[in-house]
Design a protein around this ligand. Structure first.
Ligand code: FES
Length: 144
């Protein structure tokens, strides 16, 4: 197994074990820690989480594959997630998606990013960018 949580994450996991009703409930926070540590979630990371929280690796894998925010492969480009749910679609996300498809980014269509009142919305590195139009998207990409 080539994945090991760093000391900071191991301490965090021990702290969370005291707050969660069961170790199995730590699957999501452990997946986030693995992704922040390595940039993605490898099979080795899933095995490590399985061992730490005493849950079959297949269950951890099912959780990791259910949520679109988890990277199961290391992204080769900047990941840009664009909401394609109703509010964003009505406010122009199709145009944003079409434009971004011509840019040098890893484009992902995702469900609601929880900011429907400021649609259309995209997310980069856990930051939501709201009330988008093509000019605003261009400025955001240039600033990265
Ligand atoms: S519908 Fe796009 S953020 Fe909710």
């Amino acid at each position: 197994m080539s994945f090991h949580f760093n000391e900071e994450n191991l301490e965090q996991i021990e702290t969370l074990k005291k707050r969660y009703p069961s170790d199995a409930a730590l699957a999501l926070p452990c997946l986030w820690m693995a992704q922040y540590q390595e940039g993605y979630i490898s099979i080795d990371a899933i095995d490590a989480i399985s061992e730490i929280i005493g849950t079959p690796a297949m269950e951890i894998y099912r959780v990791a594959t259910f949520y679109s925010m988890f990277n199961l492969e290391k992204p080769q480009k900047k990941v840009v997630q664009v909401c394609k749910t109703l509010s964003c679609k009505l406010c122009g996300s199709d145009e944003i998606l079409e434009y971004l498809s011509t840019q040098d980014v890893e484009l992902r269509h995702v469900e609601c990013l929880g900011s429907c009142g400021t649609a259309p919305v995209m997310q980069i590195d856990d930051v939501n960018y709201e009330n988008l139009d093509i000019d605003k998207v261009n400025a955001i990409l240039k600033a990265l």
